[in-house]
Design a protein around this ligand. Structure first.
Ligand code: G3D
Length: 201
């Protein structure tokens, strides 16, 4: 009887919490993506105007619920001096969303270098990675095949973990739901990084 009641309590009043890092160079669209996700998935969230968002300096946090799973997003600053802080969060995270500005061809190799450094970190072994090719609403943006070509020599470093490149516009919301749903599926099935249990009473 106790087991039954405790199971029911857990089902009703506990969430499985997964921590997701949102990384990428400054100006890639990380904060816009976070705001778009909160607005889309949290019924009562009154988001800020997406066109008024300025680049991340420090940390933005947001949560999104999917049934029993709760995603806790950590949007970290992407400026070079802030990138050195990223690895402080690796051991505790369950997934990474790496945002690329598809319109910034000049900084694509810089973005790849930051990605490569991140993906080779042992503290991120087996953690699913969503590569978001953002700003696809802009006509002159690089295509997904172009971006995949630039990032192709990272394949061996990515290894056998779950990894998806998703076209997206954080501004219009296109591709945001697909990306997040994929991430939820991956973190839930990754037995190597179990979620934290959080009471929601
Ligand atoms: P960051 O958090 O990665 O630093 P932001 O990036 O979310 O602050 O976005 C940087 C700029 O890119 C913002 O414009 C924002 O509106 C724009 N942006 C973000 N995502 C998209 C997108 O999908 N499409 C388009 N067209 N623009 C996007 P400003 O002008 O405020 O610098």
């Amino acid at each position: 009887m106790y087991t039954l009641l405790s199971g029911l309590y857990k089902y009703m009043f506990q969430k499985d919490e997964y921590c997701i890092l949102i990384l990428g160079l400054d100006n890639a669209g990380k904060t816009t993506f976070l705001e778009q996700s909160k607005t889309r998935f949290n019924k009562n969230y009154k988001g800020m105007s997406l066109s008024k968002i300025t680049t991340t300096v420090g940390l933005n946090i947001g949560t999104v619920d999917f049934g029993k799973a709760r995603l806790m997003f950590w949007d970290l600053g992407g400026q070079e001096e802030l990138q050195s802080l990223w690895d402080k969060y690796y051991a505790e995270c369950h997934g990474v969303i790496y945002v690329i500005d598809s319109t910034d061809e000049e900084r694509l190799s810089e973005s790849k270098r930051a990605f490569e450094k991140m993906v080779t970190s042992e503290a991120l072994d087996g953690v699913p990675i969503l590569l978001l090719a953002n700003k696809q609403d802009i006509e002159t943006c690089l295509s997904i095949p172009d971006i995949k070509t630039v990032f192709s020599d990272c394949a061996s470093k990515i290894g056998r973990r779950d990894c998806l490149t998703q076209a997206c516009s954080a501004l219009t919301g296109k591709g945001v739901r697909e990306g997040i749903e994929w991430m939820v599926k991956c973190v839930v099935r990754n037995v190597h990084r179990p979620p934290r249990q959080r009471d929601i009473t």
